[in-house]
Design a protein around this ligand. Sequence first.
Ligand code: URA
Length: 238
Amino acid sequence: MERLDKVLSNLGFGSRKDVKGIVKDGAVEVDGVVAKSSNMQVDPEKSKITVNGEIVRYRKFIYLMMNKPDGVVSATFDNYDETVIDLLEEEYQVFEPFPVGRLDKDTVGLLLLTNDGELNHRLISPKWHVDKIYYAEINTRVDESDVEAFEKGIVLDDGYKCMPGKLEIINSNEDGSEVYVTIQEGKFHQVKRMFQSLDKRVVYLKRVQFGGLSLDEKLPEGSYRELTEEELEKLKSV
Ligand code: URA
C-alpha cells in the first residue's frame, strides 16, 4: 500500500501539496468514494482512482515508440539541441524515460523510450543479438560485392570488425541506391561507417525495425505512442 498523494504525485499530478489541494476540492475518488485525505493508503495496482472523473492508469514502467525526427538528439539532456525527451508531454516525462540506444541527430525513425532499465539493458547488450533494420539511401551504386562484404563483416575505420550484417538492395544505379541494412550491433555511426568503409556515403537513414517491432507508419515524425501489449510481449521475448 502507498499514500494517495505519493501515487498521484508520481503520476504527474503535481507536488504532494498540489495533490492535497485537489483531494480537498473533492476531485479524487478511490473505489467510488470521494477521498477525504491525501495521506490515505491505496493499493496503486488495485484501487480504482479517478481525478475529476477520469481514471488514473497506474503503471511503474512506460514503453514508448517514437518516430524520431531529424535534428533532435537521442539523449535525456543536451546543452544545445532539442532532445527526444523534450518532445514528450509532461504526463510521460514524469516517468523519467530514456532512449533505448541511440540514433544520430540526423537519423529518423524507430526509437524506443522507457524507464525500464532492465529491459533497456537487455535490448542494447550485444550479447542478445537484437536485430535492427534500417532503410538507407546511398549516394552511389551498391552491388553484390557490397552484399558479400556485409555478410563477411565489414572492418571499420578504427579496425573494428563488425558482426555479419545483411544488405538488401531495393534499387540501385550510379546516381544512388535504396537499401535495407540489418545489423545486431549499435556502434557509434555504425551504418554510416560501414558504407564509408566501402567508399560510399549514407545520405538518408531511417530505422524501421527494432527487436521485431516495426515502426508504426501512422506515426508522423516527432510523434510517439505507447507500445501495445502484444508489442511489449514481443520485445520482452527477443
Ligand atoms: N547507424 C548510424 O550510422 N547512425 C544511426 O543513427 C544508427 C545506426
